[in-house]
Design a protein around this ligand. Structure first.
Ligand code: PGA
Length: 249
Protein backbone atom coordinates (compact mmCIF):
# COMPACT_ATOMS: atom_id res chain seq x y z
CA UNK A 1 0.00 0.00 0.00
CA UNK A 2 1.37 3.39 -0.98
CA UNK A 3 1.06 6.02 1.75
CA UNK A 4 -0.76 9.14 0.56
CA UNK A 5 1.28 12.35 0.34
CA UNK A 6 -0.33 15.78 0.47
CA UNK A 7 1.94 18.76 -0.12
CA UNK A 8 0.88 22.40 -0.07
CA UNK A 9 2.53 24.60 -2.66
CA UNK A 10 2.74 28.09 -1.21
CA UNK A 11 4.33 29.48 -4.38
CA UNK A 12 5.46 33.11 -3.85
CA UNK A 13 3.04 33.67 -0.98
CA UNK A 14 3.63 34.35 2.73
CA UNK A 15 6.17 36.55 4.43
CA UNK A 16 8.14 35.01 7.27
CA UNK A 17 5.69 36.54 9.72
CA UNK A 18 2.76 34.96 7.90
CA UNK A 19 4.50 31.60 7.67
CA UNK A 20 5.17 31.70 11.40
CA UNK A 21 1.54 32.59 12.15
CA UNK A 22 0.39 29.70 9.95
CA UNK A 23 2.61 27.20 11.76
CA UNK A 24 1.64 28.47 15.21
CA UNK A 25 -2.04 28.14 14.35
CA UNK A 26 -1.57 24.79 12.61
CA UNK A 27 0.28 23.40 15.63
CA UNK A 28 -2.41 24.68 17.98
CA UNK A 29 -5.30 23.24 15.97
CA UNK A 30 -3.65 19.88 15.37
CA UNK A 31 -2.18 19.34 18.80
CA UNK A 32 -2.52 15.68 19.77
CA UNK A 33 -3.86 14.81 16.30
CA UNK A 34 -2.24 12.49 13.78
CA UNK A 35 -2.90 12.29 10.08
CA UNK A 36 -3.00 9.18 8.00
CA UNK A 37 -0.72 10.58 5.26
CA UNK A 38 2.63 12.22 4.66
CA UNK A 39 2.15 15.98 4.55
CA UNK A 40 3.92 19.31 4.52
CA UNK A 41 4.40 22.43 2.43
CA UNK A 42 6.70 23.65 -0.30
CA UNK A 43 7.58 27.16 0.78
CA UNK A 44 9.74 29.97 -0.57
CA UNK A 45 13.37 29.89 0.52
CA UNK A 46 12.99 32.61 3.14
CA UNK A 47 10.32 30.57 4.93
CA UNK A 48 12.20 27.29 5.14
CA UNK A 49 14.03 28.32 8.33
CA UNK A 50 10.70 29.25 9.94
CA UNK A 51 9.30 25.83 9.05
CA UNK A 52 12.39 24.13 10.42
CA UNK A 53 12.06 26.01 13.69
CA UNK A 54 8.31 25.71 14.14
CA UNK A 55 7.18 22.46 12.59
CA UNK A 56 6.09 19.58 14.75
CA UNK A 57 6.37 15.85 14.37
CA UNK A 58 5.90 14.71 10.82
CA UNK A 59 5.41 18.02 9.05
CA UNK A 60 7.56 17.78 5.91
CA UNK A 61 9.50 20.72 4.56
CA UNK A 62 9.69 21.03 0.80
CA UNK A 63 11.41 23.58 -1.44
CA UNK A 64 10.06 24.82 -4.77
CA UNK A 65 13.24 24.56 -6.81
CA UNK A 66 16.95 23.78 -6.67
CA UNK A 67 19.99 23.91 -8.92
CA UNK A 68 21.77 20.96 -10.54
CA UNK A 69 25.27 21.62 -9.22
CA UNK A 70 26.90 21.64 -5.81
CA UNK A 71 27.82 25.34 -5.76
CA UNK A 72 29.17 28.03 -8.02
CA UNK A 73 28.57 31.33 -9.74
CA UNK A 74 24.84 30.89 -10.28
CA UNK A 75 23.26 34.08 -9.03
CA UNK A 76 19.75 33.59 -7.71
CA UNK A 77 19.95 29.82 -7.50
CA UNK A 78 19.99 27.50 -4.49
CA UNK A 79 21.92 24.27 -3.91
CA UNK A 80 20.58 21.04 -2.46
CA UNK A 81 23.25 21.16 0.30
CA UNK A 82 21.82 24.50 1.44
CA UNK A 83 18.32 23.03 1.51
CA UNK A 84 19.45 20.00 3.48
CA UNK A 85 20.68 22.29 6.26
CA UNK A 86 17.09 23.47 6.55
CA UNK A 87 15.73 19.92 6.91
CA UNK A 88 14.17 20.02 3.46
CA UNK A 89 13.10 16.53 2.46
CA UNK A 90 11.32 17.17 -0.85
CA UNK A 91 11.80 19.62 -3.69
CA UNK A 92 9.36 20.44 -6.50
CA UNK A 93 10.99 19.94 -9.87
CA UNK A 94 9.56 21.18 -13.15
CA UNK A 95 6.42 22.85 -11.82
CA UNK A 96 4.51 24.24 -14.79
CA UNK A 97 5.12 27.80 -13.57
CA UNK A 98 8.89 27.10 -13.67
CA UNK A 99 8.53 25.67 -17.16
CA UNK A 100 6.34 28.50 -18.40
CA UNK A 101 7.82 31.63 -16.81
CA UNK A 102 11.42 30.56 -16.19
CA UNK A 103 12.02 28.56 -19.34
CA UNK A 104 12.76 25.26 -17.65
CA UNK A 105 13.03 22.51 -20.22
CA UNK A 106 12.73 18.73 -20.00
CA UNK A 107 16.56 18.64 -20.22
CA UNK A 108 16.99 21.01 -17.24
CA UNK A 109 14.56 18.87 -15.29
CA UNK A 110 16.42 15.66 -16.11
CA UNK A 111 19.73 17.26 -15.00
CA UNK A 112 18.14 18.34 -11.72
CA UNK A 113 16.74 14.89 -11.02
CA UNK A 114 20.12 13.29 -11.72
CA UNK A 115 21.83 15.77 -9.43
CA UNK A 116 19.32 15.34 -6.61
CA UNK A 117 19.37 11.52 -6.67
CA UNK A 118 23.13 11.36 -7.06
CA UNK A 119 24.13 13.96 -4.52
CA UNK A 120 21.53 14.62 -1.87
CA UNK A 121 19.11 13.03 0.53
CA UNK A 122 16.28 15.24 -0.71
CA UNK A 123 13.64 13.57 -2.89
CA UNK A 124 12.13 15.22 -5.94
CA UNK A 125 8.45 15.76 -6.67
CA UNK A 126 8.49 15.76 -10.46
CA UNK A 127 5.65 17.86 -11.90
CA UNK A 128 4.13 17.24 -15.30
CA UNK A 129 1.00 18.30 -17.13
CA UNK A 130 -0.46 19.60 -20.35
CA UNK A 131 -1.66 23.07 -21.39
CA UNK A 132 -5.30 23.84 -22.19
CA UNK A 133 -4.57 23.81 -25.95
CA UNK A 134 -2.85 20.43 -25.68
CA UNK A 135 -5.77 19.10 -23.63
CA UNK A 136 -8.30 20.33 -26.19
CA UNK A 137 -6.25 18.82 -29.03
CA UNK A 138 -6.19 15.51 -27.15
CA UNK A 139 -2.42 15.64 -26.83
CA UNK A 140 -2.32 14.98 -23.09
CA UNK A 141 -0.96 11.44 -23.38
CA UNK A 142 1.72 12.46 -25.85
CA UNK A 143 2.86 15.42 -23.72
CA UNK A 144 2.96 13.36 -20.53
CA UNK A 145 4.90 10.60 -22.24
CA UNK A 146 7.47 13.09 -23.51
CA UNK A 147 7.80 14.85 -20.16
CA UNK A 148 8.19 11.63 -18.16
CA UNK A 149 10.51 9.88 -20.60
CA UNK A 150 12.88 12.81 -20.83
CA UNK A 151 12.78 13.65 -17.12
CA UNK A 152 13.69 10.09 -16.15
CA UNK A 153 16.38 9.54 -18.77
CA UNK A 154 19.37 7.61 -17.34
CA UNK A 155 17.92 7.37 -13.84
CA UNK A 156 18.20 4.07 -12.01
CA UNK A 157 15.29 1.92 -10.90
CA UNK A 158 16.36 2.34 -7.28
CA UNK A 159 16.01 6.12 -7.61
CA UNK A 160 12.66 5.95 -9.34
CA UNK A 161 11.09 3.87 -6.59
CA UNK A 162 11.53 6.86 -4.24
CA UNK A 163 10.18 9.41 -6.69
CA UNK A 164 6.95 11.35 -6.27
CA UNK A 165 5.28 12.55 -9.47
CA UNK A 166 2.64 15.26 -9.54
CA UNK A 167 0.26 15.28 -12.48
CA UNK A 168 -1.03 18.83 -12.80
CA UNK A 169 -3.02 19.80 -15.88
CA UNK A 170 -1.97 23.42 -16.38
CA UNK A 171 -5.51 24.47 -17.25
CA UNK A 172 -6.62 23.34 -13.79
CA UNK A 173 -3.95 25.22 -11.81
CA UNK A 174 -5.29 28.26 -9.99
CA UNK A 175 -8.38 28.33 -12.22
CA UNK A 176 -10.88 26.69 -9.89
CA UNK A 177 -11.52 24.19 -12.70
CA UNK A 178 -10.18 20.86 -11.57
CA UNK A 179 -9.89 17.86 -13.82
CA UNK A 180 -12.50 15.19 -13.27
CA UNK A 181 -11.25 12.43 -11.01
CA UNK A 182 -11.73 9.89 -13.83
CA UNK A 183 -9.61 11.89 -16.28
CA UNK A 184 -6.96 12.47 -13.60
CA UNK A 185 -6.99 8.75 -12.76
CA UNK A 186 -6.55 7.85 -16.45
CA UNK A 187 -3.47 10.08 -16.76
CA UNK A 188 -1.98 8.88 -13.47
CA UNK A 189 -2.49 5.31 -14.61
CA UNK A 190 -0.76 6.19 -17.90
CA UNK A 191 2.19 7.58 -15.91
CA UNK A 192 2.41 4.33 -13.95
CA UNK A 193 2.37 2.38 -17.22
CA UNK A 194 5.20 4.49 -18.62
CA UNK A 195 7.27 3.65 -15.54
CA UNK A 196 6.34 -0.03 -15.83
CA UNK A 197 7.64 0.00 -19.40
CA UNK A 198 10.82 1.90 -18.51
CA UNK A 199 11.58 -0.09 -15.35
CA UNK A 200 9.20 -2.73 -14.03
CA UNK A 201 5.78 -3.16 -12.49
CA UNK A 202 7.38 -3.59 -9.10
CA UNK A 203 9.07 -0.18 -9.36
CA UNK A 204 5.98 1.47 -10.84
CA UNK A 205 3.90 0.21 -7.93
CA UNK A 206 6.19 2.05 -5.51
CA UNK A 207 6.04 5.47 -7.18
CA UNK A 208 3.60 7.85 -5.56
CA UNK A 209 1.60 9.93 -8.02
CA UNK A 210 -0.19 13.07 -6.88
CA UNK A 211 -2.91 15.01 -8.64
CA UNK A 212 -2.74 18.81 -8.56
CA UNK A 213 -4.90 21.60 -9.94
CA UNK A 214 -7.67 23.29 -7.94
CA UNK A 215 -7.72 20.60 -5.26
CA UNK A 216 -9.95 21.80 -2.40
CA UNK A 217 -11.25 20.27 0.83
CA UNK A 218 -14.53 19.45 -0.91
CA UNK A 219 -13.06 17.58 -3.90
CA UNK A 220 -9.88 15.98 -2.54
CA UNK A 221 -11.63 12.73 -1.61
CA UNK A 222 -12.80 12.04 -5.15
CA UNK A 223 -9.19 12.23 -6.33
CA UNK A 224 -7.63 10.27 -3.48
CA UNK A 225 -10.13 7.45 -3.88
CA UNK A 226 -8.76 6.68 -7.36
CA UNK A 227 -6.46 3.65 -7.49
CA UNK A 228 -3.48 5.44 -9.09
CA UNK A 229 -3.73 8.76 -7.25
CA UNK A 230 -1.60 8.70 -4.12
CA UNK A 231 -1.92 12.26 -2.92
CA UNK A 232 -2.31 15.87 -3.92
CA UNK A 233 -0.22 18.94 -4.64
CA UNK A 234 -2.33 21.85 -3.47
CA UNK A 235 -1.81 25.54 -4.20
CA UNK A 236 -4.35 28.07 -2.98
CA UNK A 237 -6.21 25.74 -0.61
CA UNK A 238 -3.00 25.18 1.36
CA UNK A 239 -2.63 28.82 2.33
CA UNK A 240 -5.27 28.86 5.05
CA UNK A 241 -4.81 26.72 8.14
CA UNK A 242 -8.43 25.56 8.30
CA UNK A 243 -8.45 24.50 4.62
CA UNK A 244 -5.11 22.76 4.95
CA UNK A 245 -6.27 20.78 7.98
CA UNK A 246 -9.47 19.84 6.15
CA UNK A 247 -7.40 18.56 3.25
CA UNK A 248 -5.38 16.36 5.60
CA UNK A 249 -8.46 15.07 7.36
P1 PGA B 1 -3.87 25.25 -7.22
O1 PGA B 1 -2.29 25.09 -7.55
O2 PGA B 1 -4.21 24.21 -6.20
O3 PGA B 1 -4.01 26.65 -6.69
O4 PGA B 1 -4.60 25.04 -8.49
C1 PGA B 1 -1.71 23.83 -7.69
C2 PGA B 1 -0.24 23.95 -7.99
O5 PGA B 1 0.18 24.86 -8.72
O6 PGA B 1 0.57 23.12 -7.53
Amino acid sequence: MRKKIIIGNWKMYKTMKEAEEFLNEFNKQTSGKTFNCDYGVAASFTNLGILKGKRKDNFLIAAQNCHDQEQGAFTGEIATGMLEELDVSYVLIGHSERREYFNETNENINRKLKWIFGNSKILPILCCGETLAQYQNQETNKVIEEQINSALKDLSAENISKLVIAYEPIWAIGTGKSSSSQVAQAVCSQIRNIITNLYSKEIADKVRIQYGGSVKPDNIKTFLSQPDIDGALVGSASLKVADFINLLN
